[in-house]
Design a protein around this ligand. Structure first.
Ligand code: FPP
Length: 253
């Protein structure tokens, strides 16, 4: 991995991406399979995360290039702290490196990088980088949004939203019967974002693992056996093709 490589390289003009199809407004990915990718090569798990981070770079760039406005990835769950210290440290170092790169290259690529999750548990220097990212992103004009979910858990997010609304009820500012779904959405980390249209899980696992629980109510899921470090733009094309072939009825007929 080269630190000199821009975070979001602009794809070459001769990209074979089909250009005329519709694309989902918001795509989210559970970046799974890094450990198995490394194991297959007799490498440490951390090597899988390093390649997985490069894949994030490539796929986030690709999504922006084909017109996806929001791209959100599950990078570290509230449960991932249970992993070996060395693995956690590697992931934190990857976040440091990519956030620094993002701050430098965001304006040139017009992609705002955000971090969603309970940031209070993160090391102070990472929180500063996240703040800087947020500030830099705010100065962009209608950017694509790439969100990293770090120390994120769907239940934890909903619990925090409930607590915030409960506090408003306790203060007499809100009646329980006046609580709406929109109010709950507005307390989530994704408050100013549309719900994901398409959620992709690579690596053959078929579960949601506490990712965007509230927001995924009407999302289309796409599962593939490809491991995240092997995930290429052509796999994104396949996921979008599958999505475009589905009829979304949102509970209607
Ligand atoms: C799940 O695969 C993956 C993670 C817990 C971490 C995902 C993080 C990255 C890809 C690095 C992200 C960094 C940036 C800067 C975007 P796993 O380790 O559980 O794989 P396994 O199920 O095969 O063991």
């Amino acid at each position: 991995m080269h630190s000199t490589v821009a975070l979001f390289n602009i794809l070459k003009k001769d990209s074979t991406a089909p250009q005329s199809r519709p694309v989902p407004q918001h795509i989210a990915v559970i970046m799974d399979g890094n450990g198995r990718w490394a194991k297959k090569r007799a490498l440490p798990r951390t090597a899988g995360h390093k390649v997985g981070a490069e894949t994030f770079r490539t796929i986030a760039t690709y999504c922006k290039d084909i017109g996806v406005k929001y791209f959100t990835v599950y990078a570290f769950s509230t449960e991932n702290w249970k992993r070996p210290a060395e693995e956690v440290e590697t992931l934190m170092n990857l976040f440091r490196r990519y956030l620094r790169e993002a701050i430098e290259t965001m304006a040139e690529n017009n992609i705002a990088v955000r971090v969603l999750g309970d940031l209070t548990a993160l090391p102070e220097d990472i929180r500063s980088l996240i703040d800087e990212c947020e500030q830099t992103g705010k100065q962009l004009d209608n950017p694509a949004i790439a969100s990293l979910c770090i120390n994120y858990g769907g239940r934890d997010e909903i619990k925090n939203a409930m607590r915030a609304l409960a506090r408003q009820v306790q203060a007499g500012e809100l009646q329980p019967d006046d609580i709406t779904e929109e109010m709950i959405s507005s307390q989530l980390y994704t408050a100013d974002m549309p719900d994901p249209d398409l959620i992709i899980r690579p690596s053959g696992e078929i579960r949601t693992s506490n990712f965007l629980l509230w927001q995924s109510a009407y999302a289309e899921y796409y599962f593939t056996d490809v491991l995240w470090p092997d995930f290429k733009p052509e796999h994104m094309d396949q996921a979008i093709e599958s999505f475009n072939g589905r009829q979304r009825r949102f509970g209607g007929v």
